[in-house]
Design a protein. Sequence first.
Length: 253
Amino acid sequence: MIKVVVLGAGNLGYHLTQKMLNSTTIKLIQVYNRSIHKIEFLKDKVEITNNLNHLKQADIYILCVSDNAIQEISSHLNFSTKLVLHTSGATSINDLKSNSEKGVIYFPQTFSIDKNVNFNNIPICIEASADKSLTLLKKFASEFSNNIYFINSEQRKVVHLAAVFVNNFVNHLYYNAEQICNEKNVPFKILHPIILETVKKIGEISPFKAQTGPAKRQDTKTINTHKAMLASTQLDIYTLLTKSIQETYVKKL
């Protein structure tokens, strides 16, 4: 039984906590959060605390905190024979300042508290400071998914950067599309099938081959019509992405 303490109650911390509470091979023994009221809903299931000096002895301590807080919080975790992990995609393993074994477990996935997650389908990127720690980390990670990658800090930064493009930026484009629809009383759900087909298509062919639309076709009449409908930041986004697509296919087709 792997004993675990989770530090942080954000989106990822919430889902990891829920998964471990239902595990038969992982024992979640404590959850820490600076604001105790955010984790009070757990008090009947696991010990909770907002005091780093009151952390219990565990095999693994998982920091589910903001990137900016990793160094400061980890500096308080002086458990020389234990494994301290952070979960950041863009942060080096060396940013952990604990007097302990060090590692990273990164889930390249989007997490929201009100949306259920199937960990079986999620890739997990792991890294550790020593072989023994890596063995423990792999065992721990395999309780969530069998889709495990041994990724170092530099490779993980690349994964995280690419994930920002395919998730955060794309979702923001969905938001802008929804705003454009709402302004003209057009239901955004009309676009759901094309969104799903786009995602399905890149699972079958490369994004380069999947590209369609007026920018690829160099359809200046349609492009100018679209630009006339937009203002401010939306116009800037449209112009920049159109230019990027045009330059990509002028060079490579």
